[in-house]
Design a protein around this ligand. Sequence first.
Ligand code: B16
Ligand code: MG
Length: 226
Amino acid sequence: MKKIAACLFDLDGVLVDTARYHYLAWKKLADELGIDFTLEHNELLKGVSRMDSLDIILSIGKLQLSQEKKIELADQKNRVYLDYILQMSDDEILPGVKDFLAALREKKIGVALGSASKNAPLILERLKITDLFDAVIDGTKVSKAKPDPEVFLKGAEALSVAVEECIVFEDAIAGIDAARNAGMMSVGVGDPSTLIKANLVIPGFSGLTPDSLFQQINEVTPKMEL
Ligand code: B16
Ligand code: MG
């Protein structure tokens, strides 16, 4: 049986659905700039950093702005986003997540967050799950975006575990690639036809236990290349 020492979680799309708040905040900014930003475009921003997200939106509108102006607009978007986050309650945590995290803790499996979001600690607070994490690597602690493995390598380092004993949970293709680049096993959360490179894909955490997950991982990993 493969040894599993830690589980590393992406935030948006895995633990909570903050994508709609990002969308509403970016949409407000895009409207002000006269850019037609759709829900379809929003898919391109998942797992992408704040400044890179702004660059994508500006390229949709074929707008070129100074770095100074871009920083101002990104701050403006973040203030609107924070208004939504501050109204969020712990019932917005995705089904089964809290039980799964608590069960990992009971089994003494390390738990870390690996998110591109600079607002991640605040979101964990709002969801009342900060205590369930042994380490939090957020957008303020990394310089390279997924698919670079930095965020997950830092998570493993913070937990003092070997990369081959880590499982990453991700909803974005770039995040699955980051896990693979780190030499870790990956579990996609969402659509198997999109997260094709993940070792295993689950629809969510509802009813999932660490033992059943580890069992499934053991069944697939010998057959699949990491
Ligand atoms: P912030 P994740 C990502 O979170 C979001 O998916 C992405 O849409 C967002 O632009 C990014 O965080 C940065 O967020 O503006 O709060 O720093 O999926 O990596 O948990
Ligand atoms: Mg995500």
